[in-house]
Every structure is written in C-alpha cells, then in structure tokens.
Design a protein around this ligand. Structure first.
Ligand code: UTP
Length: 300
C-alpha cells in the first residue's frame, strides 16, 4: 500500500481578467462567497481531507493571500479580551491543521505551468491539485477528495480527475474528457481514454468537463516538463494529462455523484450563482437570505 497523501497544490496565480474590475487589485481567489473568501473554502476542504501541507501558487498582487492564512496575534488578543468566542472560532482555519507554503508564478504561463512549480514540494509523493477559484458544494465537501485519494491508492493511478456534466453548448469552456461508453457511473473511477482542452464549438466529444480537483502521482511533473505551450503560449494541465494517457499510464475520470457540485468562479455569472447558493445555504444567515429572496421574487 502506498503512503497516504498529505500534500496539495492550489494554483491561485491567474490574472482573473474575466472578473475585472473586481480583480484589479484583489485576487479572484480572495473574492468572498458567502462569509469566506473562495480560497478559504478550498483550504478548509483540503484540511478536512487531512491534507496537511498546502502549497499555494501565488503571483503579483496576491500578497493578501499569505496574510489571510497567517496568524494575527493582535486580532486574536482583541477578540479574546472582548470575549468574542464566535469570531475566534471563525479564525480557526489558520491554526494548526495544516502548514502553508507559497511560491510565485511570476508570469501566468498557464495552469500546467503553475502546477509544475510544485514539483520540488511534492518530490516523489502523490498529491492533490485543487484550483483556487473553484468550490465543491456538498453536505461534506471533503468527501470527494477522500474518495478520489482512496481510489488513487488502490489503483496505483497516475491521475484521477473529477469531472461533471455540463450543457453541450458550454463544453468549449472546459477541459473535456472521453471514456469508453457514454455515461460513467458517478462516484467511481472510470478509465479515461482522452482529454482535450477547450474543444472548439461543436467539436466536444462528450459533455464531461474537468471539475477542478485532481489526484496525481509524480508522473504528472515529468509529463508537464514534456508539454509544449498552446497557441496562447500557455502550458495546459489537460495536455500533460493527455500525454500520460498516450503513454499508457492509468488515468481515470471521477464523475461527481448527485449531491456534489462544482462552482467555478471564473466569470460574473458563475460568481453570482455561487454567492447566491452559498448565502442561501449559510447556517447563520441563510434563513434571512431565503426570506429576502422569497419577497424579492415577487418583484421580478
Ligand atoms: P483560469 O483558467 O480561470 O484563468 O484559472 P485566470 O487567469 O485565473 O482567469 P482569466 O481567464 O484571466 O479570467 C483557473 C485557476 O488556475 C489558476 C487561477 O488562479 C485559477 O485558480 N492559474 C491559471 C494559475 O495559477 N496560473 C495560470 O497561469 C493560470
């Protein structure tokens, strides 16, 4: 049995141009969804999946990320003095449960390039990659990665990639995965036969889109080294996964089961949708939001 996975890479160095002006001086990954920045949701999911070492790939104008995950003794002392237990509990994500590491991607040369910067950190271990702008919503968000990591260990896989079904007309926005047969069973590893990054409109082989969570063996770093930049000069993670498949390495897709959903916060429509759903589900304020939206719906 191979060792348990403890390391995760979180790429958060993209420019976020589709969310300008909100992302002019503020990283997209730090925009709030509900009461927390997107990246904090991601980190809490990783912590709940027992990933103890988290490498965040940052970049220019992304310093607030390090501040957010750094202890703030002055703030803690002030909250303690005020007896504000609820807010102290809200800062729990900082303490103890994982160690944070940072490296900078000076030029955003693509998701694959960002992940490749984690090679020394991961070394000869298996690792998780979780995109810093994408959330998993579920009763227990970490259950997805836990199940994927278990399957990865059992199968000695090179890669397991979470996927979800998207409408055909949106397939051109995503990495699209092929499998044998039409419909993969949800929540199980299914052999991936091909993967293509953002297929041109009308050419998508399936509607199974890569869903921002991956488990990799170190073979991914060698594949990334061999991956050529695309037309835009970016090194794509999907192209490296494709190399693994073509080399005959065991690569699997994992369809999100019912009750689990990915939100990627890449554009304003998806951001608003994520915010509304998380606000509605908020355990502290959700009932107020639900009341407000019900009243508002009459005006629409
Ligand atoms: P996107 O593909 O949404 O790209 O990144 P982007 O640059 O952030 O956004 P746009 O296209 O300019 O609007 C998906 C994830 O991969 C990270 C991003 O930070 C985001 O979390 N990423 C992307 C990097 O870390 N480096 C890159 O070079 C590209």
């Amino acid at each position: 049995m191979t060792q348990l996975i403890t390391k995760a890479i979180v790429p958060a160095a993209g420019l976020g141009t589709r969310l300008l002006p909100a992302t002019k001086s503020q990283p997209k990954e730090m925009l709030p969804v509900g009461r927390k920045p997107i990246l904090q949701h991601v980190v809490e999911e990783l912590q709940a999946a027992a990933l103890r070492q988290i490498l965040i790939i940052t970049g220019r104008r992304k310093r607030v990320i390090e501040d957010h995950f750094d202890a703030d003794p002055q703030l803690v002392a002030a909250l303690k003095q005020a007896g504000n237990e609820a807010m102290l509990a809200d800062l729990d994500y900082i303490e103890g449960r994982s160690r944070f590491f940072y490296t900078r991607q000076s030029t955003p040369k693509g998701l694959g390039h960002a992940v490749s910067l984690g090679a020394d950190f991961v070394d000869s271990d298996d690792c998780v990659v979780a995109l810093g702008d994408s959330l998993i919503a579920a009763q227990e968000p970490a259950s997805l990665l836990r199940a994927m990591m278990k399957a990865h260990r059992q199968l000695k896989a090179a890669a397991i990639v979470a996927v979800e079904k998207v409408p055909l007309e949106e397939a051109f926005r995503y990495g699209i995965v092929s499998i044998n047969g039409a419909e993969p069973p949800p929540g199980e590893p299914v052999v991936m036969t091909d993967i293509v990054e953002k297929p041109p409109w009308g050419t998508a082989p399936t509607t199974l889109a890569v869903a921002a969570r991956y488990v990799f063996s170190p073979a991914i770093f060698e594949a990334l080294d061999r991956t050529l930049p695309d037309k835009r000069g970016e090194i794509q993670l999907t192209d490296a996964i494709r190399l693994l498949i073509h080399k005959g390495e065991p690569v699997y897709a994992w369809l999100l089961p019912p009750g689990q959903r990915r939100y990627d916060v890449g554009n304003f429509e998806s951001y608003f949708r994520a915010f509304i759903d998380f606000a509605l589900a908020d355990e502290r304020y959700g009932y107020l939001v639900r009341k407000y939206i019900k009243a508002k719906a009459y005006e629409l």
